[in-house]
Design a protein around this ligand. Sequence first.
Ligand SMILES: [Fe+2]
Ligand SMILES: [Fe+2]
Length: 283
Amino acid sequence: MTTLDLAPAVPDVPVVVPQRIAPDTFLIPNLTSAQPGTYVFMNSLVILAAEPVVVDTGAPFFRERWLDGVSSVVEPADVRWVFLSHDDGDHIGNLAEILELAPNATVVTNFFSNERARSDHPGVMPIERQVWLEAGSSFDAGDRRLHLFRPPIFDGPTTRGLYDERTGVMWAVDSFAALTTGAVYEAVDLPSELYDESFRLFNSLVSPWHEWLDQRVYRRHVDSIEAIAPTTIASAHGPILRNSFIPGAFDRVRAMAGAPNVPPPGQETLDAILAQVLGQDRT
Ligand SMILES: [Fe+2]
Ligand SMILES: [Fe+2]
C-alpha cells in the first residue's frame, strides 16, 4: 500500500492561520494529526524587524500553506534574513523556495548545518548566501539584535535558538514540544493533562540522552537560558508559553536530567493505526 492509498484515511487537520504573538512577531503554524483529536505543531516564525526575518522554513509536506502564511505577513521580496535553527527536514523544508522569492535574503546558519545540508538537501543552501553564527553570537536586523543560544532540548547537533531583545520573544526550536487540540496556540488554553503528558513524552523523544545528564551540570545550562528572561516563548512543536508556563517549562526540562526515558508508543500503537486505516479503506 502506498502513501497515496493511505491519504484519504488521514483525518483533515484544522485550518490554522498566522498568529500575532508579540509586537512585530508572527507565528506561522501548521499542524499534523496525532492521536485522535490532537495535533503536532509544525511552526515557524516571522519577525517584522526593520530587516524582516523568517525563522525556520517548515516542512515540504505543507509547502504551499507555509508560503501563503509567510506571504500574508511579509512581502517575501522584503525578507532580509532566514534564520535556520538547524538542518532537520521540518526546519529546512522550504528554504530553497523562500530564497528564490527573497533574493536579498541571507541564511543565518553554521558550518555543520551547511555540511549536512550539502548531502541531505543538495542545492538548497547556496554558500554565497550564508553567514555562519554559533550560540553566543548575535546579528543585527536593523532595529534590534537577535541572539543565538543552545536550547535546553534539541535533536540536531547544529541547533541554535533565537532571542529577540526588543520583544522578549524566544524561539526555542525543538524544545518544549507538546500536543495541541487544534487551532489552539497558547499553552494556557490547552487541557493541562494533555500538556503535561505530551510535554514529558515529546521532550524525552527529542533528547533521549537526558537520562545520562548530570543534574548539576545540566541545571547550569538551563539556568543560563532561563536567565535570558524571555517574556514569550515560541517553538516549532509546542504551544506559546507566557507567564508561569515559562518557568514551568524550564523546571520540567531541569527535572529530565538523570530521569529515565518516557516510553514511546510501540507496536500496539502501530497495530491500532493500521487497523483504523485499513478498516476505513474497506468501507
Ligand atoms: Fe529537529
Ligand atoms: Fe523540529
